[in-house]
Design a protein around this ligand. Structure first.
Ligand SMILES: O=C(O)CCC(=O)C(=O)O
Length: 337
């Protein structure tokens, strides 16, 4: 099977290689220091991105779409968010199956080029979620590791978090703990806090030293990449504008779903020689009723994965880079209640 040719969103970098800042230039209206270097000061380049990701478990800021495209897509998310619960819930989990604009954003060549450097040439899009914080919203995300509750048997996963609005400390940008992806799976507890944007309000049972954290400040059109075992969180929106990010979850085709009986993913680059995930037709518009029905179907089949008990999930065949000889298992606290 070959990946469908991706259709980049209007006006985005379609060349599949040129990142803003590569030549030292910055997109209009943004301070050069935010645009042309990565979080550690290295110039934005595919090699630097891959090596920072490996060492720190994340990498940002990486400009991938234009400010104009970010604004157009921000409006689409806000329209869906305000369109009632039926429209809003389609923005969660596998939103690319329901909305064409998300399907297209997820195939942006500049995003896939970076992810390919980390995961290799064959890429599946497994998930896509819009994390939306309205102005003044008390929504937040507790400290967690993504892979603990997705039922995937591999750490060959990368999240690309695309800022459609500015993402700042004031409006609740993400925060990362550098190097925490190397600590392996950590126990989580479920809080089911109403304002927590995570499905069960999952939170790490180890404490996080706020001094060690890095704020993921992004301009519209920039993305961050993070590893599925990275400790990350985000605060409330204390600003007057929307804070909206699209989290795109890419995996390799050899990955398996081992909690749910069936799971779905779209081939976005290269080849799938494994067939572990079912593929769905792409939405033809943002009002594609058949696509919305397919989303509901998939959500019904896969929704229980996120509520599977007994985290952290650690199947015997877990393919974890932390399994190397030098890895020392951290003390795992007892799970409460
Ligand atoms: O957008 C946020 O505030 C949190 C996003 C997140 O936890 C994720 O993308 O894994």
């Amino acid at each position: 099977m070959n990946a469908n040719e991706g259709t980049p969103p209007e006006g985005s970098t379609a060349c599949g290689g040129t990142l803003f800042g590569e030549d030292g230039a910055s997109p209009p209206g943004v301070a050069p220091e935010l645009r042309s270097v990565l979080h550690d000061g290295a110039p934005v380049s595919p090699d630097a991105i891959a090596s920072r990701f490996e060492a720190d478990g994340f990498c940002f800021p990486i400009p991938v779409i234009s400010e104009t495209d970010a604004a157009i897509n921000l409006n689409r998310v806000i329209r869906a968010e305000k369109g009632g619960e039926d429209r809003r819930r389609l923005l969660r989990s596998k939103a690319h199956l329901a909305y064409r604009f998300i399907d297209r954003l997820a195939r942006t060549p500049a995003i896939l080029d970076c992810v390919e450097r980390i995961l290799g040439p064959d890429l599946l899009l497994w998930g896509s979620t819009c994390f939306v914080k309205a102005p003044g919203s008390s929504s937040y995300v507790s400290w967690h590791q993504d892979l603990n509750y997705w039922g995937l048997n591999s750490t060959e996963e990368v999240s690309a978090w695309l800022a459609l609005s500015a993402s700042t400390e004031a409006n609740g940008c993400m925060r990362f703990v550098p190097g925490s992806h190397l600590r392996g799976p950590i126990a989580h507890r479920d809080s089911f806090e109403e304002d927590n944007l995570l499905s069960r309000g999952q939170e790490l049972e180890v404490s996080v030293d706020e001094e060690e954290t890095v704020s993921v400040v992004l301009a519209p059109g920039e993305m961050s990449l993070h590893h599925g075992r990275l400790f990350h969180a985000s605060g409330m929106n204390r600003g007057n504008d929307w804070r909206v990010g699209l989290a795109l979850r890419y995996i390799t085709p050899s990955t398996r779903q081992v909690v749910g009986v069936r799971d779905f993913a779209q081939l976005v680059r290269g080849e799938d020689r494994f067939g572990h995930f079912e593929e769905m037709p792409r939405p033809e518009s943002d009002d594609d009723y058949a696509a919305m029905q397919r989303f509901e179907y998939v959500d019904g089949v896969t929704g229980s994965i996120f509520f599977a008990t007994d985290p952290p999930y650690r199947p015997d065949d877990l393919d974890d880079p932390c399994d190397d000889e030098d890895w020392v298992e951290p003390d795992m606290p007892e799970r409460g209640g």
